[in-house]
Design a protein around this ligand. Structure first.
Ligand code: ZN
Ligand code: ZN
Length: 353
């Protein structure tokens, strides 16, 4: 297979410009720049962005928080949704006019052991939207046709955007957790991801305990199908969940190692802890003795595949999930980031370019 090389938009040679939010230096505010639209390489499509969600990962990218860092300048965004306007050479997977989602998994090799066994999200050749290739925080974006996912007719692009990362990530986490009817599922963190995790755990048949430190978020959790809530600022979630018998599965979505430790402590014997959130502080303390004697499983879950995202869209189109989001202009990207960091956002911010 050919190796595709995506030129960063700001280095390309065509003269047409589009507006995008660009990270020039870690921890500096993003700037709204007119960047050059790159020419399409084989397998690529151009997408006119209609909606683009703000994920915590975008903030970590802009801060350079993680061990593997993006290289500025780059355009964040891996919840971009929009209309295909142009096809690069050889594209057959989508047509001009299709509405597509451009997820974190922007490209994978398609032939390695991971790719051919349905674990394309583990491909070592992968490229990630808004991280290693430019993402959806702009009026347009370039994506690989094989890795975009068509958005079903009638699905609101402002709902589709958060589903493209927050949705598929939590849907996959519930799959990996193995939740089935009668299981008690503890969801730690009720934000952009958590509010969807609660719904997927309930759809899988689980009884959901939502844990957060803000009462408004716990009220939202109850509206979305949680049966129990614990405010971790007011009571110990480990004790509260153990009083209920302990969680069969705990899903760690809060960007704090302490929440991961509490999630571990909330498990019943034989329970499963799913690591999903990626705190800047990369260490968590877990006891060996109890893990062995209690038969605990700890598993990491990274986003989801194209097949998972199709299922997420199908569930939403069938009216089985609700996306809590607010729309803001992309020009307010820095304020939006500050509001997410300050915990002042109910669930998800979706930008309109
Ligand atoms: Zn994300
Ligand atoms: Zn691969």
């Amino acid at each position: 297979m050919a190796t595709f090389q995506l030129q960063p938009a700001h280095d390309a040679t065509t003269e047409r410009l589009y507006r995008a939010a660009v990270v020039h230096a870690f921890k500096a505010p993003l700037s709204l720049d007119d960047v050059r639209a790159p020419e399409l390489a084989a397998g690529q499509v151009r997408v006119r962005v209609e909606a683009s969600g703000l994920c915590h990962t975008d903030i970590h990218a802009a801060h350079g928080d993680w061990p593997v860092k993006p290289s500025p300048p780059f355009i964040p965004g891996h919840e971009g949704v929009g209309i295909v306007t142009e096809l690069g050479p050889g594209v057959t997977e989508v047509a001009v006019g299709d509405r597509v989602a451009m997820p974190w998994l922007g490209y994978a090799c398609g032939t390695c052991d991971h790719c051919v066994s349905g674990w394309e999200t583990l491909c070592l050749e992968q490229k990630n939207m808004g991280y290693s290739i430019d993402g959806g925080f702009g009026e347009e974006a370039v994506a690989y046709a094989r890795y975009v996912v068509k958005v079903p007719e009638g699905l609101d692009p402002f709902d589709a955007a958060p589903l493209t990362c927050a949705g598929v990530t939590t849907y996959k986490a519930v799959k990996v957790a193995g939740t089935r009817s009668s299981n008690l599922v503890a969801v730690f963190g009720v934000g952009g991801l958590g509010h969807l995790a609660i719904q997927y755990a309930a759809i899988a048949g689980g009884r959901v305990i939502a844990v957060d430190v803000l009462d408004e978020k716990l009220d939202l959790a109850l509206e979305l199908g949680a049966e129990f809530t614990v405010n971790a600022a007011k009571e110990d979630p480990v004790e509260a969940i153990q009083r209920l018998g302990g969680a069969d599965q705990a899903i760690a979505l809060a960007v704090s190692p302490k929440a991961f430790e509490q999630a571990y402590g909330s498990l019943r014997r034989g329970g499963t802890l799913v690591f999903v959130a990626l705190p800047a502080d990369n260490e968590v303390k877990v006891p060996i003795f109890e893990t062995v004697l209690n038969g605990i499983t700890i598993v990491g879950s990274i986003v989801g595949t194209r097949a998972d995202l199709r299922e997420v869209f199908e569930l939403h189109a069938a009216g089985r999930t609700h996306v809590t989001r607010e729309i803001r202009p992309l020009a307010e990207v820095n304020q939006a980031i500050a509001d997410v960091e300050g915990g002042r956002v109910a669930a998800r911010i979706v930008f309109e370019p």
